[in-house]
Design a protein around this ligand. Structure first.
Ligand code: ADP
Ligand code: MG
Length: 664
């Protein structure tokens, strides 16, 4: 598309300002949509109260008088003939307008009305007149040196000059189907709304267009994934798989069974699996991944399971090793903190096929890891990995099946877009015997009460997690630290109970030892940063106390809370925070991770959860995935139909859409 610099009247100075607000092409300019609209409706001065905000319009009747004050202030006074009669208008610091405000000029003044003086003190003055209808005015994101009015002028100029060349991503068929206006008309309307109704229509049309183009890409990727055959057909020994399931220490829940079936079906099919397994914390996703890896093993391939932290990788390794004890599966752990020699040994065994299942951190996706026949890749706590890492992992070895596991349930609405190219399995049902965690929000002043609650728990030989946002003091923060809490807890409980700390800056060997001690109930209180946030599983831990809870996102708090409530005893979660308590109260009200993540989305947007690249993908200019869900679904279905209909493959628009997929 044409560069914005090619437009007449845009010199280097303006160009720099436009670039500053991310406008580079003519298309960027005309799709710089207003972020809100102002409703301009003429006020009847006879009915307003003193000091109400008023909007009046009329023709200037007297030459404006300029008054100058000390300190560079100035004021213009003139008389305006309005439909409500002649009114005085004053406006401060617009001396530069004097020469434009000639007798007979039509202006609109917005400001406060003083009835006794019959004067409007205007805060804003626009050229033009109001009709009897309300006028809708666009308000743009501007930058200093580039006013709302400047922008409106450039945008309207561009629509006039280039309106016909601006690409429309809606195929004719759907323009007809929905009776949508053409692009130029729609753009013209959103930038100069003649009425609210027309504005609404045009906005829907542009939202649909944006979502259509987006969903076309997603649908294309999804098709690609489905077409991407493994090139090897598996045969799984189902009898052996069945007997393995029977040997498990517990019975699978219905949802676990269903998810396992879906995954096995994917593995068995010639198509490559690209599946997301969603399930709240503690819903038992790990065992499903274990069954997938076993099936993969039985069909003769290697599996890799990737976890976001060493603690979690180590825990998975220990648990999974135990489950496979009676089988011939050869399983290994690979983490970043291992020595070069240890790593090399594992690399060798991965390359020669001696290892069947490898569990690790991102070390698993480093360049020098070569697999003999990697058939299945699983990433746990998927949202913690950047998009690039995932891409890397996918490309290792032959085209392996891919399973992502996430405990940050993404509301369906978002899942549809973000994971639109994936199939989704959901575990909703919790394993039997689980009792919901009771959550309490406490203020800093209630610390004594909190300590008493902790004491009750310790007396029953239950274990406690205590979480702080920081490890050590820092000058510019008075947040609670792990070190400070250790002193506090030692003072309160040190004589009777064992207290230890764990945090991200410790060597991984030391961390593992402490985790082992905690798991074996040799440590009663474990003080930690959020390194224990994901996945750690100690059923005897029945309480988690989180200091400065207001500092954490709701999803993080939910994850942390998921560390308890894993055994048969009733567990408690105490959130300490004196500010932001309304938000924290949501945690008291619900244990439903889906609901919580929905709240998190509302409060923080989606950027935090998915890393920058993906939030960039999600940055729509006019559509809003939450509010425009219905349009999104329509656009998804239509774009799929359009994609699959080969009769329009020669359509230039389809080729443009195809080409845009490789752009990013
Ligand atoms: P998450 O989905 O958070 O990863 P895990 O897989 O760690 O959850 O499972 C949490 C706990 O529940 C583990 O201790 C696991 O052994 C146990 N568990 C999983 N499935 C069942 C089941 N069907 N019945 C009983 N306990 C189960
Ligand atoms: Mg887990």
């Amino acid at each position: 598309m044409l560069a914005v610099s090619s437009m007449k009247g845009i010199g280097p100075k303006t160009l720099a300002l436009l670039n500053k607000i991310n406008i580079h092409t003519i298309e960027d300019l005309v799709t710089h949509y207003p972020f809100r609209y102002e409703l301009l409706k003429r006020t009847d001065l006879k009915t307003v109260d003193e000091q109400d905000k008023v909007i009046i319009d009329g023709k200037i009747e007297s030459i404006p008088i300029l008054l100058r004050f000390k300190g560079g202030l100035n004021k213009l006074n003139f008389r305006l003939v309005t439909p409500s009669g002649v009114v005085g208008v004053s406006i401060f610091n617009r001396a530069f307008l004097k020469s434009n405000l000639t007798i007979g000029t039509s202006v609109i003044a917005i400001g406060k009305y003083d009835r006794t003086k019959n004067v409007v003190t205007a805060s804003d003055l626009k050229f033009g007149a109001l009709s009897n209808e309300a006028k809708v005015e666009p308000v743009y994101h501007c930058t200093s040196g580039l006013s709302n009015k400047n922008l409106a002028n450039y945008i309207n100029g561009a629509i006039m000059l280039y309106g016909k060349e601006i690409p429309d991503y809606i195929p004719l068929k759907y323009l007809d189907k929905y009776n949508f206006s053409n692009k130029r008309t729609a753009l013209s309307i959103v930038h100069n709304p003649p009425s609210m109704e027309k504005l609404k229509e045009a906005t829907i049309r542009l939202k649909y267009e944006e979502l259509f183009a987006f969903m076309f890409k997603i649908n294309f990727l999804k098709e690609q994934n489905h077409k991407d055959k493994l090139g090897i057909s598996r045969s799984i020994d189902f009898k052996e798989l069945e007997s393995f399931i029977k040997s498990l220490p517990f019975e699978l829940t219905k949802d676990q069974e269903k998810a396992t079936e879906e995954i096995i079906k994917d593995l068995n099919s010639k198509n490559r699996m690209n599946r997301l397994l969603q399930g709240d914390v503690g819903s038992g996703k790990t065992i499903v991944s274990v069954l997938a890896m076993y099936a993969n093993y039985l069909s003769g391939y290697q599996s890799a399971l990737m976890a976001p932290t060493e603690i979690l990788a180590t825990q998975h390794y220990n648990n999974i090793k135990e489950l496979f004890k009676k089988t011939k599966v050869h399983i290994a752990l690979l983490t970043g903190s291992m020595t070069k020699k240890e790593k090399q040994e594992i690399y060798d065994e991965l390359a020669n096929g001696k290892i069947d299942i490898v569990i690790g951190t991102h070390a698993l996706i480093q360049e020098d890891v070569i697999y003999q026949n990697l058939g299945l890749v699983i990433t746990d706590e998927q949202h913690r990995f950047g998009v690039n890492q995932r891409a890397n992992l996918k490309n290792k070895g032959i085209k392996p099946d891919v399973l992502y596991m996430s405990a940050t349930p993404i509301p369906r609405t978002y899942a549809l877009t973000i994971y639109g190219d994936m199939d989704v399995s959901i575990i909703k049902e919790m394993p039997k015997g689980r009792r919901p965690v009771k959550t309490y929000v406490k203020s800093d002043a209630e610390i004594k009460e909190v300590l008493e609650m902790m004491h009750e728990e310790l007396k029953q030989n239950h274990q406690i997690y205590v979480i702080a946002p920081l490890i050590e003091e820092s000058e510019n923060s008075d947040l609670t630290t792990v070190n400070e809490l250790r002193d506090k807890m030692n003072l309160a409980f040190g004589s009777k109970y064992r207290i230890d700390i764990i945090h991200g800056k410790m060597a991984s060997g030391a961390k593992d030892l402490i985790m082992q001690d905690f798991l074996q109930n040799k440590v009663n209180i474990l003080i930690s940063t959020t390194v224990i946030e994901v996945g750690v599983d100690v059923p005897n831990a029945s309480m988690i106390v989180i200091f400065d809870a207001n500092r954490f996102g709701l999803s993080t708090l939910h994850q942390l809370r998921g560390r308890v409530g894993r055994g048969e005893v009733e567990s408690k979660c105490i959130l300490i925070g004196s500010t932001d308590t309304d938000r924290l109260k949501i945690m008291e009200e619900t244990n439903d991770g889906f609901l919580i993540s929905e709240e998190d989305f509302k409060l923080r947007g989606h950027g935090d959860l998915f890393g920058t690249k993906q939030s960039g993908d999600m940055a729509f200019k006019i559509a809003n995935v939450r509010q425009d869900y219905k349009i999104l679904v329509q656009a998804r279905d239509d774009s799929r139909e359009y994609l699959l209909d080969t009769s329009n493959d020669k359509d230039p628009l389809k080729q443009t859409l195809m080409a845009s997929i490789n752009d990013n």
